[in-house]
Design a protein around this ligand. Structure first.
Ligand SMILES: C[S@@+](CC[C@H](N)C(=O)[O-])C[C@H]1O[C@@H](n2cnc3c(N)ncnc32)[C@H](O)[C@@H]1O
Ligand code: SF4
Length: 455
């Protein structure tokens, strides 16, 4: 049973830990040359996971926290593909592109805002560059249901795409109006049906709670409609309102945002709703059907988490291609330029468009292993970490374990000799539970932490 009182008491702002160290620690000291050194050193037997950022959208959803370029000019998109092609060429000089690819993800923006011809060009370029896709590669695309044609779906499924993630957010007209996203149930249903008719294995739907004018009743109506779409997976994100970082969010009237107590009611209802309708909760914001491989992986403690969310495929080097995209190797993170000017300039000069990154120290690696394991599987096998890194866990993490005592007292975690195990309520507080293991957070005074709220 989830104890929501405890949840709201202990929930405080914190990073989402899609990486450790978090992106705040990335610096320009790690540059294109550092990345090249790392690429050359990579083990070519290790598989690859590819991320392509396709950043374009026609109009701004005011809540959007993604890295988006708004345009309706075809030349701009064509020009972007030219640069992707050139980036891949430069990359191929340093990366063994014959390595096996086990994952490919198109993120955005809205990848299907590219025309079918443009999408085909991107896919052909990828196929020409990376020829060794594994048979069971996980190939996924984020899609705004308002921008999807039969031809696009056909093209994607003919080119191995087997997972689609659709953005819905909320079906309520008042909410949609306030966030500038007009998307009917019919349009969404047609898109989902289209994906299924082309044999897509897994359909995910994204929802957001905490948007303007949402109430428990309005969200209930959205959930009823979502259930009719019978998604295989769901992501229910807490709205991250960061208007100091994202200009379009300033268009949202903050007085219309639901009170934290309403958000909590919505969250509570959502969890009950999906769990009583045959879904299982995976982590803080995901649900999946029990026969979904994500769920089977969590049972076996084999779930992984990367920048794209939860996955069953671990152990690959992640290569990010395109504006703002992030790559990850054994002991480094790297991120491309976020602004188009710098991105293009680097490529024009024949350089990889690296903006910044970080090389992980031994301490980073140990903490990363602990944080990522807890974030993904909600338990930590202590002897495994001790053996892998040759440390005495209790000694190494003396301070962190001291901080965790408060959570232990509240039965949010169970700590034994061999294991740290997160309780069901603790699952919702996982960011807070792993924060004691974060060495950088301690250096930022609590008042200065500018993360979005956890509730
Ligand atoms: C790139 S978009 C998905 C594809 C497509 N552009 C769309 O909107 O349908 C990624 C997802 O991030 C989530 N998202 C965007 N901004 C957010 C925010 N500020 N807080 C929480 N979730 C957010 C939304 O659920 C969105 O579907
Ligand atoms: S939520 Fe999706 S469609 Fe809306 S602006 Fe962001 S990326 Fe574009």
């Amino acid at each position: 049973m989830i104890d929501f009182e405890k949840f709201s008491k202990y929930s405080k702002p914190g990073p989402r830990y899609t990486s450790y160290p978090t992106a705040v620690e990335f610096t320009e000291k790690f540059n294109a040359d550092s990345y090249i050194e790392e690429l050359k050193r990579q083990d070519s037997k290790k598989p690859l996971s590819l991320y392509f950022h396709l950043p374009f959208c026609r109009s701004a959803c005011y809540f959007c926290g993604c890295n988006v370029v708004f345009t309706s000019k075809e030349e701009k998109k064509d020009r972007y593909i030219d640069y992707l092609e050139r980036e891949m060429k430069i990359l191929s000089e340093y990366l063994d592109t014959s390595r096996e690819v086990i994952q490919l993800h198109f993120g955005g923006g809205t990848p299907t805002f590219f025309t079918v011809e443009q999408l085909k060009r991107v896919i052909d370029l990828i196929n020409e560059t990376f020829k060794n896709f594994s048979k069971d590669a996980e190939v996924s695309c984020e899609i705004d249901p308002r921008f999807l044609t039969r031809e696009q779906m056909k093209l994607l499924t003919e080119n191995r795409f087997n997972r689609i993630s659709f953005g819905v957010q909320d079906f309520e007209p008042t909410v949609q109006k306030a966030v500038h996203r007009d998307q009917s149930f019919e349009v969404t249903k047609n898109a989902v049906d289209l994906a299924r008719s082309y044999g897509v294995e897994s359909v995910n739907i994204d929802l957001i709670y905490g948007l303007p004018f949402q109430t428990l009743d309005s969200f209930k109506r959205t959930l009823d409609l979502v259930l009719k779409l019978d998604p295989d997976r769901l992501a229910v994100f807490n709205y991250a309102h960061v208007p100091w970082l994202k200009k379009t969010m300033r268009k949202i009237d903050e007085t219309t945002l639901p009170h934290p107590s309403v958000k909590l009611e919505i969250l509570k209802y959502t969890i009950d709703f999906f769990t009583s309708n045959g879904y299982k909760m995976i982590g803080m914001d995901h649900f999946a059907k029990p026969d979904d491989e994500l769920f089977r992986a969590i049972e076996k403690g084999e779930l992984h988490r990367n920048f794209q969310g939860y996955t069953t495929k671990g152990g690959a080097d992640l290569i990010g291609i395109g504006l703002t995209s992030i790559g990850e190797g054994e002991d480094f993170y790297v991120q491309n330029f976020k602004d188009m000017f710098s991105y293009e300039k680097a490529i024009d000069e024949g350089r990889l468009p690296v903006h910044r990154g970080v090389k992980l120290s031994r301490d980073d690696l140990i903490r990363k292993a602990v944080i990522m394991e807890l974030m993904a599987n909600f338990k930590l096998n202590v002897p495994r970490i001790e053996k892998e890194f040759g440390i005495d866990f209790k000694e190494y993490f003396k301070d962190s374990l001291e901080e965790l005592k408060e959570f232990e007292k509240e039965e949010l975690v169970e700590i034994s000799e061999d294991e740290i195990r997160v309780s069901e309520t603790g699952t919702l507080l996982i960011r807070n539970i792993v924060m004691p293991f974060d060495a950088y957070l301690k250096k930022i005074p609590e008042k200065k932490r500018v993360f979005s709220k956890t509730v």
